[in-house]
Design a protein around this ligand. Structure first.
Ligand SMILES: *[C@@H]1O[C@H](CO)[C@@H](O)[C@H](O)[C@H]1NC(C)=O
Ligand SMILES: *[C@@H]1O[C@H](CO)[C@@H](O)[C@H](O)[C@H]1NC(C)=O
Ligand SMILES: *[C@@H]1O[C@H](CO)[C@@H](O)[C@H](O)[C@H]1NC(C)=O
Ligand SMILES: *[C@@H]1O[C@H](CO)[C@@H](O)[C@H](O)[C@H]1NC(C)=O
Length: 385
């Protein structure tokens, strides 16, 4: 741990000196969007973002691992192959992604002056099956697993790589690998409650209710091996979720009715239930970094819903006219833009859409990415808000 921390300090110092040596025009806007092809072999697609949120050129970077897809009764679950949020995560100048088909995690360095010129640090084995979501905080990385050995485990990391994963905090989901979408599925892992808790959301099945597992961090940032399983009353389908900054609330999507908020100190019932009018499949949730406004895209219809996370009220619903059928993984930038992984009936390529959330929502751009299809999953931006 000590060694990793001092390595982190060295990199911070180095990147600071690089900034002085090459003073680039300062801009707070998003410079790159990343997602994974989730194919065999797996690649990260790095998409250049131009000023104003326009979508630029895409480059492919091998992760060193292999992708995979969950299984439905009729074959691979496409799109939404991993059934998760946060399968690709940017933290400072680093990018993490899961390789669900090879039970690995990959780490890349993001050069600040060339954010699409990713440099792979390494590809590391995990100790669960079908990793589909990653949470990063300081020098800790945790990965949750949706397959046979389901659960979550953590490792320390630094600029030189990711260490050995600790013992699996297992869930009794009776899953298989690849996971069966008829059974309970791990959906998301992230840090919440002002970064004091690791949270894992699990959607339910006919035999198990949905639950939210939380693991406290100790003073040194170590994630407890013992968790609390909160089973919010009346919830069957917890999916992707996001922490409300400076609060013990999380916003959790639920494709059966919309979303709910949960106070992690009182997980036995939702703090509010948000029935979203016209919702088809709200599977991802985000909270704007500055104003803590809840944003819910819908995989089944091209509507973005804005909610007040404190009252649970729907405050705005807006339908994009970019022609996509709905929005999947997404990210929110510090300057109030939304970037989403989308699909469009006009072709089989994945699309990257950008939307202006300042004032009345408005489409900015929508571009097909040839070479990446309905296996694609995850979305993260640089800088990460
Ligand atoms: C976003 O919307 C705001 C408010 O309408 C506007 O001032 C700004 O120019 C828009 N930005 C882009 C990139 O369209
Ligand atoms: C996924 O995309 C492939 C083309 O890459 C297409 O053949 C297939 O029908 C698509 N599957 C679904 C379920 O949309
Ligand atoms: C998934 O589980 C269901 C219910 O147990 C079962 O009927 C189905 O055959 C399983 N699917 C696969 C691909 O194993
Ligand atoms: C959250 O953490 C920050 C940094 O440790 C601290 O300054 C702040 O007071 C905390 N906020 C709450 C609500 O606990």
């Amino acid at each position: 741990m000590v060694q990793v921390s001092s390595l982190l300090a060295v990199t911070v110092a180095l990147s600071a000196s690089v900034v002085y040596a090459f003073p680039f025009p300062s801009s707070t806007g998003t410079k790159a969007v990343y997602f994974q092809t989730n194919k065999s072999p797996n690649s990260i697609v790095a998409v250049n973002i131009e000023s104003g949120g326009k979508i630029g050129r895409a480059t492919f970077h091998a992760t060193g691992g292999v992708g995979n897809a969950e299984l439905t009764l009729t074959g691979p679950h496409l799109p939404d192959s991993l059934g998760s949020q946060n399968s690709v995560v940017v933290y400072d100048d680093y990018l993490f992604n899961v390789d669900a088909g090879s039970d690995q995690i990959s780490l890349f360095f993001i050069p600040p002056q060339d954010p699409t010129g990713l440099i792979r640090v390494g590809t590391y084995n995990v100790n669960g099956d079908f990793p589909n979501t990653v949470a990063v905080r300081d020098d800790v990385v945790c990965v949750a697993y949706a397959g046979t050995r389901s659960g979550v485990s953590c490792a320390s990391w630094g600029p030189r790589g990711i260490g050995k994963f600790d013992s699996l905090r297992g869930f009794e989901l009776h899953q298989q690998s690849p996971p069966n979408t008829t059974l309970s599925l791990v959906s998301d892992a992230f840090f919440a409650d002002n970064d004091s808790l690791l949270v894992v959301t699990v959607r339910g099945s006919s035999s198990l209710p949905a639950f939210v597992a939380t693991y406290p961090l100790d003073r040194n940032g170590q994630v407890s091996t013992k968790g609390n399983l909160g089973v919010p009353e009346g919830i069957t389908n917890s999916f992707g979720a996001a922490a409300v900054p400076e609060s013990s609330l999380i916003l959790v999507s639920d494709p059966t009715f919309g979303a709910y908020t949960l106070d992690l100190n009182h997980p036995q019932a939702p703090a509010s239930t948000i029935n979203v009018p016209g919702q088809k499949a709200i599977c991802w949730a985000g909270v704007t970094p500055k104003s803590a406004v809840g944003i819910l895209p819908d995989a089944g219809t091209n509507i973005i819903t804005q909610v007040n996370v404190h009252s649970g009220q729907v405050t705005q619903q807006w339908r994009s006219t970019n022609g996509n059928s709905g929005n999947f993984d997404f990210a929110l930038s510090a300057d109030n833009k939304l970037f989403a992984l989308s699909f469009n009936p006009s072709d089989t390529d994945v699309h990257i859409a950008s939307i202006n959330l300042s004032g009345k929502f408005a489409d900015i751009d929508n571009v097909a990415i040839p070479g990446a299809d309905n296996h694609s999953q995850g979305l993260a931006i640089y800088p990460s808000a």
